[in-house]
Design a protein around this ligand. Structure first.
Ligand SMILES: O=C(O)CCC(=O)C(=O)O
Ligand SMILES: [Fe+2]
Length: 306
């Protein structure tokens, strides 16, 4: 019998309530953030790509599961979800203590089809292996595009498992299910144990996985290839920066346009590729240099200054 459950807050929940739930359980659901119209728009934009996507090839990706990416480039509605102010307020609190900027980590529609067994329980932070310990590198969302029920593959979540040793296996009674209506969102950390659920229903479960990570770690979905400069150029500046077209720290992320000798600057930030002109041949700002030298986040410096 299941005794664990994933806490659900109203869509109007404050940042304090969200952070308290994340701290205690490592996961929380915000109910009905998107309107039925938003959900229909999302589904319409994503459907052609999702329908054309092949099943996974192993037990982790799922033989009856499809995973569809490049959602910044493909779906204007997804861009709003990525920049949702409630989610970003939580990400500010959760990630900024350990970086100067955070960035988009991946975008993926996960469609769990009927007949898909449970995904192995895991931590998403294992994308980097088990090297990183003692730091929270990642904050995640799964937006429900269809209803999520225990029967159709609602995400399995182990509330309170964020500080478990990596090799601990949850018992059945420790696993909760992120049951939620379409338009709701599951927020969960990179450290909480979880996995896709089994779909024993007759229809697909669609979840939209959007995740964020520290600006000094490699992104799981390579955004420069999924959203190359010609497309990124058309986006809002804050979204351009979020996907990675901004310096991650004083020296992280610069490039040199590979032009003939003397025909271009040597050291420029990545938004130069989108048309930004900032003077060239410096790394990041003086603030970033100072922050990285002190290994102290900008957010803390701002707080301690007032
Ligand atoms: O689809 C889900 O509910 C979760 C999938 C997941 O955890 C993953 O693929 O890393
Ligand atoms: Fe996962």
């Amino acid at each position: 019998m299941t005794t664990s459950c994933v806490k659900t807050l109203p869509g109007t929940a404050s940042k304090r309530q969200i952070m308290a739930a994340l701290k205690k359980d490592g996961a929380v659901i915000l109910k009905d953030i998107l309107s039925p119209d938003d959900v229909a728009t999302l589904k319409g934009e994503l459907a052609p790509y999702v329908e054309a996507t092949e099943n996974g090839r192993d037990d982790f990706t799922g033989h009856f599961t499809t995973r569809t990416g490049a959602l910044v480039a493909r779906s204007p509605k997804c861009r709003d979800l990525i920049m949702n102010p409630q989610i970003l307020a939580a990400a500010d609190d959760f990630l900024l203590p350990n970086c100067q900027r955070y960035q988009l980590h991946l975008t993926q529609v996960i469609r769990i089809k009927p007949g898909q067994p449970k995904q192995p329980i895991h931590r998403d932070r294992w994308a980097w292996g088990k090297y990183l310990q003692g730091i929270e590198p990642q904050l995640n969302t799964i937006w429900a595009v269809t209803d999520f029920t225990k029967e159709n593959g609602a995400t399995q979540v182990v509330p309170g498992s964020t500080s478990w040793p990596d090799d601990r296996q949850p018992g059945e009674s420790e696993i909760g299910y992120a049951e939620m209506s379409a338009g709701s969102v599951l927020i969960y950390t990179g450290s909480v144990f979880h996995g896709g659920g089994a779909n024993q229903s007759q229809s697909d479960r669609w979840g939209l996985n959007i995740t964020y990570t520290l600006g000094w770690l490699r992104q799981e979905e390579n955004q420069y290839l999924s959203c190359p400069p010609d497309i990124a150029r058309t986006l809002a500046p804050d979204l351009q920066a979020m996907i990675g077209y901004a310096m991650g720290s004083y020296a992280l992320g610069y490039y040199t346009p590979p032009l003939p000798a003397g025909q271009g600057p040597e050291i420029v930030p990545p938004d130069y590729a989108l048309g930004a002109r900032t003077g060239g041949s410096v790394f990041g700002s003086a603030d970033m240099l100072e922050a990285v030298s002190n290994s102290q986040p900008l957010s803390k410096r701002v707080e301690s200054a007032d």
